[in-house]
Design a protein around this ligand. Structure first.
Ligand code: GDP
Ligand code: MG
Length: 304
């Protein structure tokens, strides 16, 4: 393909939104071809606004992975809604991701409400994900119900997990991206420091291995992240739990659970960084960290 004149280059911010568990992180990872956003079988692993940057010959897409919007029943919920709204206001294009195998629910309505209430109209692509889980008739019914909520959207049906029709989605995105010069250097894939991604990967490993036993009550702080020429990276991190009674669950019999979480997280961090990692985990109790504004700041859920 001939190189486009610089004046035809396209670039922009693409906000990825959708209720928890519809596959936003899976989609972002599939589009970017590497593991950046934390993917989990349980909702709400992605807590921060994250960028994934895809640079091509003719365009640069900067994806913003917004946390799911849901009813704010405690402060963490409010913070998540705020950052979702912020991502939308600054977007050039919105990817509204929905679960094609289910009829839209209350949360989809809430999200669509957010989009419709934006002061500046932003083009919307409706991504009907998980198309592998549903027949064509039901898919059409579910899609029509969401199109009714987002009258000007362009629907595209994909399966992020099976990488179906991602080309079609990319074409739709590229055709709606504004003209402009690249926003970031072309070798940059994310604006998050590696240590923040590492913290997300550790939290993800903990959630996967603990399942329902410590519900949502884990936060991760990276205490040290140092490069060692010969041995790779040394990472020390603290897992915070809300209750004293959660501590032995996270540690496990003779430290077995902590070891499992540590080695699962280490494997993922090594994949992300492409080098060896030595990971050391500690546990601390910090009561009610989710309702405490100050700890939310400390854990990086709000920009300083
Ligand atoms: P998020 O909360 O929106 O970021 O959702 P995740 O990306 O973490 O995905 C939630 C769950 O749905 C995970 O178990 C994924 O493997 C699964 N998932 C994501 N996309 C698809 C898909 O296209 N098809 C199927 N069958 N499962 C998917
Ligand atoms: Mg996610």
């Amino acid at each position: 393909m001939d190189k486009l004149p610089a004046s035809d280059f396209r670039s922009g911010y693409v906000a990825v939104m959708g209720r928890p568990n519809v596959g936003k992180s899976t989609l972002l990872n599939a589009l970017l071809g590497q593991k950046i956003a934390a993917v989990s079988p349980r909702p709400q692993t992605t807590r921060r606004q994250q960028l994934g940057i895809l640079t091509m010959e003719t365009a640069q897409i900067v994806f913003v992975d917004t946390p799911g919007v849901h009813k704010p029943y405690h402060k963490l919920g409010e913070v998540m809604n705020e950052s979702a709204e912020e991502a939308l206001q600054n977007a050039d294009l919105i990817l509204f991701v929905a679960d094609a195998s289910q009829a839209p629910d209350e949360e989809d309505y809430l999200l669509a409400g957010l989009v419709n209430k934006l002061k500046r109209p932003v083009p919307v692509i409706l991504v009907m994900n998980k198309s592998d889980l549903v027949g064509p008739v039901d898919l059409d019914v579910h899609q029509a119900a969401i199109v009714e909520l987002l009258p000007n959207c362009l629907p595209v049906q994909v399966s992020a997990a099976q990488k179906t029709n991602l080309d079609g989605l990319m074409q739709a995105v590229l055709s709606r991206l504004p003209k402009g010069a690249p926003l970031f250097p072309e070798d940059q894939v994310t604006d998050l420091y590696e240590r923040e991604i590492a913290a997300d990967l550790i939290r993800e490993a903990a959630l996967i291995h603990l399942r329902e036993e410590v519900p949502h009550g884990i936060s991760v702080r990276i205490d040290e992240y140092t490069e060692r020429e010969e041995t790779g990276a040394y990472i020390a991190a603290t897992l915070f739990v809300e209750k004293e009674s959660h501590k032995p669950i996270v540690i496990g019999q003779g430290g077995a659970m902590l070891k499992k979480i540590g080695s699962a997280a280490r494997v993922e961090i090594e994949k992300m960084t492409g080098r060896k990692v030595y990971l050391q985990l500690r546990i601390k109790v910090q009561k009610n960290w989710r309702d405490d504004e100050k700890s939310l700041n400390n854990f990086g859920y709000r920009k300083p």
